[in-house]
Write a protein that binds this ligand. Structure first.
Ligand SMILES: *Cc1c(COP(=O)(O)O)cnc(C)c1O
Length: 372
């Protein structure tokens, strides 16, 4: 729950002044606009945003202002959120499994692209005349933090059959895939683009668009993402696989778009030898750490004076009474870290508030908007 949205110029002095006891997210709209611009100018096709990474109104509004005209949504609630931020936005309903009532609600929202990965879900859509239907392809490729092909996606043989059926029924055929989240390996996109061209050729279908998914990495630990290199690889792979006039490209970044626009400040509730207890953990904004590991981008903020340069490895627990509420790795922090101090985590905009629970009565947070 968002409690209030004050403004701040810099997180550290705001924390010292306000002394918040609940988690605080510092949102930097300038960073988000800059990242959006990087995608809009660098990606060789249309840029959409995967709402699930961070569905806050301010995020959707900032992206709409920055020039995004289409959004990737997975549920009617996400459709309503996008509608509120930008009425004219186009919606891509790229959750390939939907109930009948969700399909009906999608139609009411005017979905402009549907993804499918099996015949039964194509049948559920009923009349698809003139509608863009993107067949979700999956390949056994590596390079991402976890495998998105485990749940969704048709293997190439099934994708060939699905594409043919889409055309027979009067739909507009496209292919979509997702190489897996936090994917540093541009080769994953290359393999998918080549396979998409093969599938389209075997089906005898000219693709309307090729959606290369999300998966663009954010800055976690010491590894800087090289978006420009990934964009260049995607453009070159498309030209090679499809020749001169291939399908128009689309991407749908979540993490890569929003991660850097938020920092998360957590308070140290207790220090006991090499163990610290924070006011949030894996049931809150750090939920993803249990799946994709810790990030080293953490700064300690002393509430009075400053910390020593001597560092120590701490075991970190969250606030709940559950013993698995601990970070997967120890964190190196100033040896004189004290109760009441803060830890400021960078790059925390994606899959943080979106995954936070209210377990054990914790989970309230507020968002402070940075003004520079
Ligand atoms: C989650 C998701 C995305 C965004 O993935 P990121 O790794 O956050 O970029 C894009 N498209 C689809 C279909 C998704 O499910």
């Amino acid at each position: 729950m968002t409690l209030q949205q004050p403004l701040a110029r810099d997180p550290q002095s705001w924390l010292r002044r306000a002394g918040p006891e609940d988690p605080v997210y510092f949102f930097n709209p300038i960073t988000l606009r800059e990242t959006a611009k990087r995608f809009l100018t660098g990606f060789p096709g249309e840029v959409t945003y995967a709402v699930k990474a961070n569905p806050h109104d301010e995020v959707l509004e900032t992206l709409a202002e920055a020039g995004l005209e289409a959004f990737d949504v997975a549920s009617p609630i996400e459709m309503a959120l996008v509608n509120r931020a930008r009425r004219s936005a186009r919606l891509h309903y790229h959750n390939p499994v939907r109930s009948k009532s969700e399909v009906a609600q999608g139609r009411q929202f005017g979905i402009t692209s549907w993804s499918i990965d099996r015949h039964s879900e194509l049948d559920k859509l009923g009349d698809i005349t003139g509608a863009e239907i993107a067949v979700r392809l999956k390949l056994p490729v590596e390079g991402a933090s976890y495998d998105f092909g485990r749940k969704f996606g048709a293997d190439p043989e099934t994708a060939v059959e699905l594409l043919k059926t889409v055309v027979t029924r009067g739909g507009v055929p496209s292919i979509t895939f997702h190489p897996g989240t936090q994917c540093h390996d541009a080769g994953a996109w290359e393999a998918y683009i080549q396979a998409s061209a093969d599938v389209a050729k075997r089906a005898g279908v000219t693709l309307h668009r090729l959606n290369v998914g999300g998966g663009f990495p954010s800055h976690r630990c010491d590894r800087l993402p090289d978006l420009q290199k990934i964009f260049a690889t995607i453009a070159a792979a498309k030209a090679e696989a499809f020749g001169g006039d291939g399908p128009a490209l689309v991407c749908e970044p979540g993490r890569g778009m929003v991660a850097e626009a938020f920092q998360l400040a957590l308070q140290v509730k207790a220090v006991c030898d090499d163990t610290i207890f924070l006011n949030d953990g894996i049931y809150g904004g750090l939920s993803e750490w249990k799946d994709i590991g810790a990030s080293s981008r953490v700064t300690a903020v002393a509430t009075s004076g400053s910390h020593s340069d001597r560092m120590r490895d701490f075991t970190v627990f969250g606030p709940t009474c559950d013993s698995i509420d601990t970070l997967p790795e120890t964190i190196s922090l100033p040896a004189d870290l004290k109760e009441g101090d803060y830890l400021l985590f960078d790059g925390m905009g994606a899959y943080s508030t979106a995954l936070a629970t209210r377990f054990n009565g914790f989970g309230d947070y507020r968002i402070v908007t940075l003004t520079r």
